[in-house]
Design a protein around this ligand. Structure first.
Ligand code: SAM
Ligand code: DTB
Ligand code: SF4
Length: 342
């Protein structure tokens, strides 16, 4: 039963049919699948840190850190290891179980690798899962990062292959897939998703999810971002998608990739509590916590704590995600049953 649900052969028509379902049917289907693989009342808490901000040579139309954006960010140097570890310690004290370090690079330079590895092993030693997003990697770099204790590598495809060139011209969709491949080969887990609300069609959303689901292995984590239209970027004037259309994307991701963590990522500042609740109901089970994402604001801890308490949602403990293509380990584990098991 469960193996039939893990598919890598979705057709465009099948995905479109999911998007076309009446909303209640879609959400019911997504929630039913979600419950087979996860405790529906647990959400993972991740925290981000920009370890190298601004001055990026890529021209991603949504990003404030691109050298092509007219933002007042400026370019900073790679942070010192101790500074990163101090920030990570604070994140852990605040309840984060995964720490994601992001750098505004096309790809890391070999001279940066020692510092990066020290950051990764330092965060791992604190008992948090580690994630990094540093741009394109060679197979050697991916292996070095994996060997230093990097659990996840985030590298988004952002949108459909067809729409990609409208948003980014300094690299191709295939470049992204190539890095995902070396990440997977290195043994690290893949974190890969995209952005909703860049002016793409529903077909582009469907094709983006189809690309992810038809990879040889589903990404272990799938961040679904709502565009933050940042002043000075090419997409500064793009309107927000309708909340219902955004929730549909979460639901379709959940149905197509049942064992993956679906992260309700950027854009929560613009979302009502009700919209976020619908996203969790549609199968999102991870968020970024803390006051900031990389360069933009995020709802702070107090606001999130209030929402989680209203919804009866508890934080997912570290290292509890089911490994892909293995039997799920945390299916329907309540906090009480987890305590009993421990
Ligand atoms: N430079 C690395 C890269 O591009 O892979 C890592 C950092 S980049 C900021 C990570 C992801 O954040 C992007 O792929 C994009 O999906 C998301 N992102 C960036 N700016 C965003 C924005 N304004 N709104 C929503 N998502 C955004
Ligand atoms: C992802 O998909 N979203 C995060 C993380 N991966 C690195 C980043 C969101 C960035 C939002 C804009 C900003 O703060 O600069
Ligand atoms: Fe650079 Fe990443 Fe921003 Fe693109 S999304 S401009 S690669 S930091």
């Amino acid at each position: 039963m469960t193996t039939q649900m893990i598919r890598h052969d979705w057709t465009a028509e099948e995905v479109q049919a999911l998007f076309d379902l009446p909303f209640n049917d879609l959400i019911f289907k997504a929630q039913t699948i979600h419950r087979k693989f996860f405790n529906p009342n647990e959400v993972q808490m991740c925290q981000l840190l920009s370890i190298k901000t601004g001055g990026c040579p890529e021209d991603c139309g949504y990003c404030s850190q691109s050298a092509f954006a007219e933002s007042d960010l400026g370019a900073s140097k790679l942070m010192e290891v101790e500074q990163v570890l101090n920030e990570a310690r604070k994140a852990k004290e605040g309840g984060a179980t995964r720490y994601c370090m992001g750098a505004a690079w096309r790809s890391p330079k070999d001279r940066d690798m020692e510092k990066l590895k020290a950051m990764i092993s330092g965060v791992r030693d604190m008992g948090m899962e580690t994630c990094a997003t540093l741009g394109m990697l060679t197979a050697e770099q991916a292996q070095e990062l994996a060997d230093s204790g990097l659990d996840y590598y985030n590298h988004n495809i952002d949108t459909s292959e067809e729409f990609y060139g409208e948003i980014i011209t300094t690299r191709t969709f295939q470049d992204r897939l190539d890095t995902l491949e070396v990440v997977r080969e290195s043994g690290m887990k893949v974190c890969c998703g995209g952005i909703i609300g860049m002016g793409e069609k529903i077909l582009d959303r469907a094709e983006m999810l189809r690309t992810l689901a038809n990879l040889a292995s589903h990404p272990d984590s799938i961040p679904i971002n709502q565009l933050i239209a940042i002043p000075g970027t090419k997409l500064e004037n793009v309107n927000l998608p309708h909340a219902i259309d955004f929730v549909r994307c979460i639901a379709v991701a959940r149905i197509m990739m049942p064992r993956s963590t679906v992260r309700l990522s950027a854009g929560r500042e613009e979302m009502s509590d009700e919209m976020q609740a619908l996203c969790f109901f549609a199968g999102a089970n991870s968020i970024f916590v803390g006051d900031e994402l990389l360069t933009t604001d995020n709802p702070g801890r107090d606001k999130d704590a209030e929402l989680m308490s209203k919804l009866g949602i508890e934080p997912l403990p570290a290292f509890e995600e089911p490994a892909l293509d293995k039997a799920p380990t945390n299916t329907l584990l309540t906090p009480a049953s987890r305590e009993k098991r421990a």
